[in-house]
Design a binder for this molecule. Structure first.
Ligand SMILES: [Zn+2]
Length: 94
C-alpha cells in the first residue's frame, strides 16, 4: 500500500521537520546528526534519543510530528507510581 502516515499503525514514524525547522533545531542543538540518523533532545531529561516513535510519542501538532518529551519522561510524568497495569503483574510477596 502507500506510505501514508497513520498514527494508529505500528509502523515506525520518523521526525519529519521541514528543511527550515531542521536547520533551526540543529543550530539550537535540539537536533543532532548521528551516524544512525537524526537524534532529538528531550526537553525534560536533556538526553538525545533517535527522532522516531520508538523513543518519542507521535504528536500531530508539533512541527516534526513528535512530542517534545521522550517516552520515558512522559510515562514518568503521567504515571509517577508506575503504570497500574504493570503493578498488577508484580508479585507482592516479599
Ligand atoms: Zn526524556
Amino acid at each position: 500500500m502507500g506510505s501514508r502516515i497513520d498514527m494508529h499503525s505500528e509502523q515506525l514514524f520518523k521526525a519529519q521537520p521541514s528543511p527550515a525547522l531542521l536547520a533551526r533545531r540543529l543550530k539550537l542543538g535540539t537536533y543532532r546528526e548521528e551516524p544512525d540518523g537524526l537524534h532529538r533532545l528531550c526537553c525534560r531529561c536533556n538526553e538525545y534519543w533517535p527522532a522516531d516513535t520508538e523513543f518519542f510519542y507521535y504528536a500531530k501538532k508539533k512541527g516534526d510530528g513528535l512530542h517534545s518529551w521522550c517516552k520515558a519522561c512522559y510515562e514518568e510524568w503521567r504515571y509517577p507510581n508506575g503504570r497500574p497495569s504493570y503493578r498488577q503483574y508484580q508479585p507482592s510477596q516479599e
